[in-house]
Design a protein around this ligand. Sequence first.
Ligand SMILES: Cc1cc2nc3c(=O)[nH]c(=O)nc-3n(C[C@H](O)[C@H](O)[C@H](O)COP(=O)(O)OP(=O)(O)OC[C@H]3O[C@@H](n4cnc5c(N)ncnc54)[C@H](O)[C@@H]3O)c2cc1C
Length: 344
Amino acid sequence: MSDRIVTEVVIVGAGPAGLFQVFELGLLGMKCHIIDSLKQPGGQCTELYPDKPIYDIPALPVCGAQELIDRLLQQIKPFGAEFHLGEEAIELTTEASGRHRLLTSAGTVFDAGAVVIAGGVGSFQPRRLSLEQAPAHEGSQIHYRVKSAADFHGRKLVIFGGGDSALDWTLELAPKADSIALVHRRADFRAAPASVARMRELVAAGRLRVVEGLAHELHSVAGELKGVHVKSASGELELLDAEHLLVFFGLAPKLGPIGEWGLEIDKRAIKVDTEHFQSNIPGVFAIGDINTYPGKKKLILSAFHEAALAAFAVQHHLYPAKKQFLQYTTTSPAMQKRLGVATA
Ligand SMILES: Cc1cc2nc3c(=O)[nH]c(=O)nc-3n(C[C@H](O)[C@H](O)[C@H](O)COP(=O)(O)OP(=O)(O)OC[C@H]3O[C@@H](n4cnc5c(N)ncnc54)[C@H](O)[C@@H]3O)c2cc1C
């Protein structure tokens, strides 16, 4: 387990809300760390609709969703927030001192004066194989991500899915696996056309099998996975030999651990007040899609407004004696210095 990281603020979630929170805290002179369970920042924008245009960001008549994230990352650069990607925030406790201890799935421990939860619709988790015996083999013979491709060389593999991840790994592993079958529920594949074409070539060359159907039941002997029964649309069962199953059914958001932190929750969202965006736990704030209050609208625009007000509330929580006043970036030398644009 790594050492404790002492910081003013930890932000949970690197979607548009969390990223803009870095900016608003930075303008007020506060440093933060930001965590996301995904491997890249951007939340829903990057994970669900990177190529789609957004039309309701003020002053940007049209902006691609990934472009918005790239612009936010550029905007927050001067504040040097430290990113902890691929780590899920799993535990949050408040100590007698009022400071917060936050633990991530990678074992990182934060000791923070304030926590801003910008967890959106929750952390994205791989959709799992919904077979009764599957959990017993997860991590050993059933995998939802590939940590080391070499682990699968020379092995009997069955890959599930019809999207880019399923096809990419099928193409990568086909020349190296002992045998490989790609199982998809229908004949059409969502993956990039070039990958689908290459996959069909490998099938024609007899290097790969494609099976249309659904996982029906695991076949295990003495606790070891030996294969999987796949059921076709007409109800026929076929047993495919397998030492490993690689499952790529995409990612789905789950409120997950946030629901167990003692926060007041209403319909899977954290209740906050609209002056400070603070939860029922003093020093724990919530912005963006994850919060709720009368009139809440789950829009990026709303998240940006909430981040601005939450930054003032965080500052007051950390430094109650500090006098607060509104400054403009246009004219404030202090803010311009923090932004790295001061001329004098
Ligand atoms: C198809 C589509 C189109 C949309 N179009 C628009 C539009 O045109 N205009 C608009 O304003 N809005 C639009 N939205 C909504 C907009 O994307 C959301 O309002 C916005 O993404 C919310 O930002 P957020 O940062 O609050 O949450 P998210 O974008 O959901 O990001 C939250 C992040 O928190 C992380 N997280 C959650 N829990 C944890 C945890 N325990 N540990 C670590 N990380 C965690 C998640 O992995 C995620 O990356 C659209 C949404 C969709 C799906």
